[in-house]
Write a protein that binds this ligand. Structure first.
Ligand code: NAD
Ligand code: UD1
Length: 337
């Protein structure tokens, strides 16, 4: 299939490009590099002989998008491009709605113009909000607690309405849990531009000596060791879910949401212990107050993805932490290394 990948130079997008090309898909990337390095595509080309074209562009630039669509004529779009920092989304709501929501509207108009009927969208488990029960299934009520989460839910609704109005269209809404880890080559991984907000890149930067200690946000949750529980998923498993989603979109129409997680959860201290075990490094920790907006636990029921996308995870916790360390130790300054 010819697949246009917005945000394809980012963390999840880059891993997905490799999986798509490994399955023979032709890919075209559009990315404005606001949170990515052009070095990513250099490395991807060295790891794959697949067909990859790329354009520097913003998904809100309709003229540019029309031009790219005319040239590439995609049969499907995977839409990663967007902003993802929860705290920043509260400070800059209009910016987040502009990029995440208006950006998607521009993309859909450009798709309609050339008759491209299939989209796979990067949504998030954050659309569920405070759990009413766990594990979350896709029927769990949605009630996001941040601007970021609401922007994702708005896009899900827009895509649902888009498919309702045209019966030959498909929107696969992938609700990601916590992606971690890196490509087995050690060449592609997560490269936060600032102090990491998320647990795994923070642990990796402590291990490499860039940060002194991990601050554990709260050890008084109602969990076995008192720290927060999350459903961490290896980014390569997540990338493969997109390939599976394309296969599903080829046969199905309408909008459908899928949880993309492992169905298992680990605590902050479990993650630290696994990282120490697979890297041989010691991760000093200090306990601080709970982080604003955090919940105690999150876990996916990924049964629907297993049955309908024919997708299951293949990597375990040690694969997640060891691949993170191979990437971080081989690239202490990320793509600038
Ligand atoms: P990322 O920041 O690494 O990738 C996003 C990419 O989109 C970057 O390459 C960035 O340069 C590009 N981009 C941003 N705005 C753009 C614009 N206006 N036009 C063109 N390109 C633009 O993030 P990621 O972790 O790879 O996440 C990808 C998607 O998955 C995002 O939509 C994110 O919200 C969603 N998601 C991520 C997580 C996570 O934990 N990483 C969890 C749930 C959902
Ligand atoms: C965060 C976002 C969420 C987003 C997800 C994507 C918030 C409130 N939520 O979720 O919307 O979808 O990232 O990956 O920002 N932790 C520490 N110390 C740290 C960092 C994290 O103890 O320095 C703990 C957190 O309290 C949490 C766990 O580690 O218990 C995971 O945190 P993180 O990686 O930030 O992910 P989420 O909180 O699940």
């Amino acid at each position: 299939m010819r697949v246009l990948v917005t945000g394809g130079a980012g963390y999840i997008g880059s891993h997905t490009l490799l999986e798509l090309m490994a399955q023979g898909h032709e890919v075209c990337v559009v990315d404005n590099y606001c949170n990515a390095s052009p070095e990513v595509l250099v490395r991807i080309r060295s790891l794959s002989n697949g067909t990859l074209v790329d354009h520097i562009g913003d998904v809100r630039d309709s003229v540019k998008l029309d031009d790219i669509m005319d040239g590439f004529q995609p049969e499907a779009v995977i839409h990663f491009a967007g902003l993802k920092a929860v705290g920043e989304s509260q400070e800059r709501p209009l910016h987040y709605y502009d990029i995440n929501v208006s950006g998607t509207l521009c993309l859909l108009r450009a798709m309609d113009r050339i008759g491209c009927r299939k989209i796979v969208f990067s949504s998030s488990a954050t659309v569920y909000g405070v759990p009413k029960y766990l594990p979350y299934d896709e029927a769990h009520p949605t009630n996001p607690t941040s601007v970021y989460g609401r922007s994702k839910l708005m896009v899900e609704q827009i895509l649902t309405d888009w498919t309702a109005a045209q019966d030959d269209t498909t929107a696969v809404l992938l609700r990601y849990f916590n992606p971690v880890g890196a490509h087995a080559s050690g060449q592609i991984g997560e490269d936060p531009s600032d102090i990491p907000n998320n647990l795994m890149p923070y642990i990796a930067q402590v291990a490499i000596g860039k940060r002194d200690a991990l601050t554990v946000f709260g050890d008084d949750y109602d969990t076995a060791d008192g720290t927060g529980l999350r459903d961490y998923i290896h980014v390569v498993d997540l990338a493969r879910a997109h390939v599976a989603a394309l296969g599903y979109a080829d046969k199905a129409t309408g909008a459908r949401a899928f949880n993309v997680g492992t169905g298992q959860s680990y605590s902050v201290l479990d993650m630290v212990a696994a990282f120490e075990r697979t890297s041989g490094k010691t991760i000093p920790t200090k306990v601080a107050a709970r982080r604003d907006g955090d919940i105690a636990a999150m876990q996916a029921d990924a049964t629907r993805a297993k049955h309908e996308l024919k997708w299951v995870t293949e990597h375990n916790l040690d694969d997640m932490t060891s691949s993170t360390w191979v990437w971080q130790s081989g690239n202490p300054n990320g793509y600038k290394s």
